[in-house]
Write a protein that binds this ligand. Structure first.
Ligand SMILES: *Cc1c(COP(=O)(O)O)cnc(C)c1O
Length: 254
């Protein structure tokens, strides 16, 4: 991934796409009668650091990354951007937790007790730097529990039956702060097909204390974010509609 500065024309094109996405988010929020804001996470996996820098110059602060090696590289390449917030949204192996706590403003893909424990242990004695804090000013690392809302059709995520225990473990740790739930519905051609899964995640949140305990619902991507907003999403993770197509995933990473 080359990190050459982008041209003026590329910056203009990025600004147009970013604006189009924020306009669509606003329209979907209005259509759903939502008064709370819906946050935009710009998913930058497979994109060069120069594109994140350009989006930052346009005012975007929150970016989603899937692979820990890429997260680390971008955090280093962009260390001069004080308010850059990198969110981990991809499946996370426990042995990568030590790198994540150095660079992440939030982790959306926490899916097991073991991962909660490892992140909590690695986060012990650390704080998220003040300008890097996502979801409020709390210095603990915000985590969202990724739920396998489609059941057996899904390879990653915490089974709904285990959610209570995972949430309690995160709450009892001193270094993590559970802020919500996340889901990635199975890929389909039909964008409306995700809606039942979004509704199911919202119901599951209501069964586990509702918005008071879990204010955030991280759901919706390029293909289906309007459906997610209708179902109550508070944060949409959008990559392709902002940055265009990306490089294929690296072969060895996690
Ligand atoms: C890649 C990815 C996204 C963004 O997908 P687009 O279709 O490019 O918007 C969102 N969430 C997760 C978990 C992803 O892996």
């Amino acid at each position: 991934m080359a990190d050459d500065a982008i041209t003026g024309a590329e910056l203009d094109a990025l600004a147009t796409r970013l604006r189009a996405v924020t306009d669509r988010i606003a329209a979907a929020s209005t259509a759903a009668g939502r008064r709370d804001g819906v946050q935009l996470l710009a998913v930058s996996k497979g994109q060069p650091a120069s594109l994140l820098r350009a989006a930052y110059s346009l005012g975007q602060r929150d970016f989603g990354e899937n692979y820990v090696q890429e997260l680390t590289q971008k955090a280093e390449a962009l260390r001069d951007l004080p308010e850059l917030r990198l969110h981990v949204i991809g499946h996370l192996q426990r042995n990568k937790a030590k790198y994540v706590v150095q660079h992440a403003s939030a982790v959306h893909s926490v899916d097991s007790l073991a991962l909660v424990e490892e992140l909590a242990r690695r986060m012990q004695g650390r704080e998220v730097p003040e300008k890097k804090r996502a979801f409020g000013a709390d210095p603990r690392l915000p985590v969202l529990i990724e739920v396998s809302i489609a059941g057996e059709a899904q390879k990653s995520g915490c089974p709904p039956a285990e959610l209570g225990a995972v949430l309690e473990a995160a709450e009892h740790s001193r270094s993590l702060r559970p802020v919500g739930l996340m889901c990635v519905p199975p890929l389909t051609e039909d964008t409306g097909a995700s809606r039942p899964y979004f509704d199911a995640l919202a119901r599951l949140r209501d069964e586990h204390g509702g918005p008071t305990r879990l204010p955030e619902l991280s759901m919706g991507m390029t293909a289906d974010f309007e459906h997610a907003i209708a179902a109550g999403s508070t944060l949409v993770r959008v990559g392709t509609a902002i940055f265009g197509t990306r490089q294929p995933r690296p072969s060895k990473d996690g």
